[in-house]
Design a protein around this ligand. Structure first.
Ligand code: UT7
Length: 325
């Protein structure tokens, strides 16, 4: 009998502190950095972001999101035999955030590891977990996107610091006789590593390189619009379907203009695109599972719906997963 994987629960977690554009603009003005709510809304679609308190880490947000997903699935943590955390802002160099989530959930024994594919990380994690479940290496997996991007932002760079937020989203993926994940496609082009990166590390007890995110916004914008179109088409075709069969599109939440352009190129009405960017800003690997959880909980995404999730970001990486709920 053929073995597949299905999404059986979703969850998310957001830090308590909400910072609106007006408040952020005032804080940045005190540093001599000029920005406005109007610029941020018009150029990005972002209205506010959640920012984590200093003591809150990616694994803490990830564990909170995981608990919510397990509760939605009606499963206990000890039934999970695989934990994948997608993050570019892990608590430590090592151990992985996934091992810290496993500890926080009070379980042991299953596999746990992090995926580093920046804003495509969740989609990379889903594709990996689906493959591991289908080949029998795992039975029930937690795939988590968790980030505290506020830690790697240069608050003196208005071109990047207004764009990101903190948060986590999680999915429980379980083995099933019916297909849930219909197709996934992953890609990378390392030759574009320079257009979006945090090129720092620890060495000999100090920081080496540049520990803040840098981005060539326009280069990222152009590539994102191109690959979100191509990988959506490729993934839907791999499932033997057409774009008309897709109920919901959940692209990585980076910029409302990228989302509009993607929907337009794909010929999908914008009402079928889940948008949380205005509320959460860009939460990197957490953006897709956060948006999925919001739309599941508010009743938009229902059993039987086909959801196309797309990631794109640093590396350069991109990919998509098509799921039937
Ligand atoms: O998660 C990874 C994926 N990331 C993305 O997909 C991001 C993709 N890129 C973008 O979303 C956009 O390129 C940005 C939102 C980053 C920038 O928008 P843009 O329309 O490409 O603006 P720009 O960089 O061309 O800058 C236009 C102007 C510049 O001023 P001048 O040179 O025209 O005088 C910037 O200095 O806007 C200025 N600017 C700002 N002004 C007010 C840049 N940031 C700000 C700001 N407030 N926060």
């Amino acid at each position: 009998m053929q073995r597949y994987s299905r999404i059986v629960g979703t969850g998310s977690a957001l830090p308590e502190r909400i910072v609106g554009n007006a408040e952020l603009s005032r804080e940045l003005a005190e540093r001599g950095i000029e920005t406005t709510d109007a610029w941020i809304v018009e150029r990005t679609g972002i209205r506010q972001r959640h920012l984590a308190a200093p003591e809150v880490s990616s694994s803490m947000l990830g564990a909170q999101a995981a608990r919510a997903a397990l509760q939605a699935a009606g499963l206990s943590a000890d039934s999970i035999d695989l934990i994948i955390v997608a993050t570019s802002t892990p608590d430590y160099v090592f151990p992985s955030a996934a091992c810290l989530v496993q500890k926080a959930l009070g379980v042991a024994g299953g596999a746990a590891f992090d995926v580093q594919a920046v804003c495509s990380g969740f989609v990379y994690g889903m594709a990996t977990a689906d493959a591991m479940i289908r080949c029998g290496m795992a039975t029930r997996a937690l795939i988590i996107g968790a980030e505290v991007f506020s830690r790697i932002l240069d608050w003196n760079d208005r071109g990047t610091c207004v764009l990101f937020g903190d948060g986590a989203g999680a999915v429980v993926l379980a083995a099933d006789e019916r297909p849930g994940i219909l197709a996934s496609k992953l890609h990378a082009d390392g030759s574009q590593e320079h257009i979006l990166r945090t090129a720092g590390n620890v060495r000999g007890g100090g920081i080496t390189g540049h520990p803040f995110l840098t981005m060539d916004g326009q280069a990222v914008f152009k590539l994102a619009v191109s690959v979100l179109d191509s990988v959506a088409r490729e993934t839907v075709a791999a499932a033997g379907l057409t774009l008309a069969d897709v109920d919901w599109l959940i692209p990585h939440q980076a910029n409302i203009r990228i989302l509009h352009a993607t929907a337009r190129k794909l010929g999908l009405p914008f009402e079928r695109v889940v948008v949380t960017l205005d509320q959460h800003a860009n939460t990197s690997a957490a953006s897709v599972p956060l948006a999925l959880d919001v739309a599941v909980r508010d009743g938009r995404i229902r059993p039987g719906h086909r959801v196309l999730m797309e990631g794109v970001g640093g590396g350069f990486t991109w990919g998509a997963v098509l799921a039937e709920m």
